[in-house]
Design a binder for this molecule. Sequence first.
Ligand SMILES: Cc1cc2nc3c(=O)[nH]c(=O)nc-3n(C[C@H](O)[C@H](O)[C@H](O)COP(=O)(O)OP(=O)(O)OC[C@H]3O[C@@H](n4cnc5c(N)ncnc54)[C@H](O)[C@@H]3O)c2cc1C
Ligand code: SF4
Length: 496
Amino acid sequence: MADPRGFLKIRERELPPNRPVEVRLRDWKDTHAHRAEGQAFLKEQAGRCMDCGVPFCHQGCPLGNLIPDWNDLVWRGQWADAIDRLHATNNFPEFTGRVCPAPCESSCVLSINQPAVTIKNVEVSIIDEAFARGLVTPHVPERLTGSTVAVVGSGPAGLAAAQQLTRAGHTVVVYERDDAVGGLLRYGIPDFKLEKLHIDRRLAQMEAEGTRFRAGTTIGKDMSWDALRRRFDAVVVATGATVPRDLPLPGRDLPGIHFAMDYLTPVNHAVRAGTPDVLPEGAPTAAGKHVVIIGGGDTGSDCLGTALRQGAASVTTLAIGKMPPTERPANQPWPTDPILFEVSTSHEEGGERTYLASTVEFLASSEPGAEGNVRALKVAETQYLPDGRRAATPGTEREIPADLVLVAMGFTGPETGVLEEQTGIEITERGLVARGDDYAASLPGVFVAGDAGRGQSLIVWAIAEGRAAAAAADTYLQGSTELPAPVRPRTLALRS
Ligand SMILES: Cc1cc2nc3c(=O)[nH]c(=O)nc-3n(C[C@H](O)[C@H](O)[C@H](O)COP(=O)(O)OP(=O)(O)OC[C@H]3O[C@@H](n4cnc5c(N)ncnc54)[C@H](O)[C@@H]3O)c2cc1C
Ligand code: SF4
């Protein structure tokens, strides 16, 4: 165990500082300072892990990360062993250590009566230190099995599945329809949360291990799903859940109202090209505009940080529900992961947050020059009906000026049309690609991982499912597997 008296000596959490708001708003770089160098407190923080006997954090982390083990190794300064223990359960701690909401910390035993161990920061410090020390090297398989696997989609689920299957000796090709590999890590999540060098250096390791990448290839269009199945011994579908949830209200078609991803993706492309201000013709920008974001989740928060960097005149985020509590409520006791009021780095930077706001209509401008464009939202106060549903309260309507509206209300599921049409694969009632307990789809040799089978979720779940689907595909190909399978999928009813 780490320091046996650590949690008695150090009672507070300590994290590296964020860069000052006025500095970071002038660029698109990471808002945090992560490197372990100069972080004397890291050893102390790792030393607060108290070897509680039943580490609930193992359950709190969907990957089952061996958190007390690596806290101990960091406390001892044994970085090579620490990264080995971390990589034993997590292919990509550089992603989770940066953008995971850290449900592990909610279930930390110390958090019953003290602030939780800074697990996520210890995690990212281990992987950053490992890259800096040259400890992240390719694991080339000792022998090839002769089997081939196609992974469709290169988000965290596809990448985790591909790395596991390549290391098991299969010949793996990852197909991605975007021009670059990474899924939402690449063109969804902005650089100020996750700089893309973290993806690129991991891809370099994967390429050296033998994984092949084919960006710019849409399966179902450039190659049919059936042709893909004929060409490969197994297929992993990791295509994400990209269909946005809409708000079909009067005025929804007005110019100036966009889905969040239609706003974020071109900006992320422009940042990647090194010219953040040069957007493609017709791409929405927040520069100089009054922006309203509908939806208070991760996507809304990323829109906020992006709009502030573009120089929006104002940004208001609307949430239909109540403001969550700031402290764990009695009905969400330890070790559950409670829904709490969160202040992301983007919220620190500016903007207003409005709760209990039900949008009822989008209003058009009649101003010359902006004629026909959205000019405001009509919003009413949300009321909770006896059956638990939410509705707008009549008579409480007010207008919120907006010349750019971003709809960030989540995603309804994956794009399954072409896949279903070309293969007849089964789809669940919720529109997800159906799979059984072993991640197998309804077609032999086809497996489903990440948001495509689970619905929009988190990176940590995508990695966990990618690893588990890889184990299932390896069993299908080889009859047995030595690959770990951290999680079982949620099995959902099929569409009738
Ligand atoms: C704006 C935003 C911010 C987020 N922030 C966070 C966060 O801070 N923390 C967190 O944990 N989670 C966050 N999430 C959620 C997280 O990004 C996803 O849960 C995760 O990326 C899902 O991984 P995946 O591999 O299943 O799918 P994705 O990352 O969506 O990748 C799927 C890939 O498949 C490709 N594809 C689809 N169809 C085809 C086809 N036919 N042929 C070839 N390629 C195809 C797509 O282009 C895409 O690149 C965020 C999501 C969004 C939208
Ligand atoms: S992946 Fe997320 S839940 Fe797991 S240890 Fe890291 S921060 Fe915690």
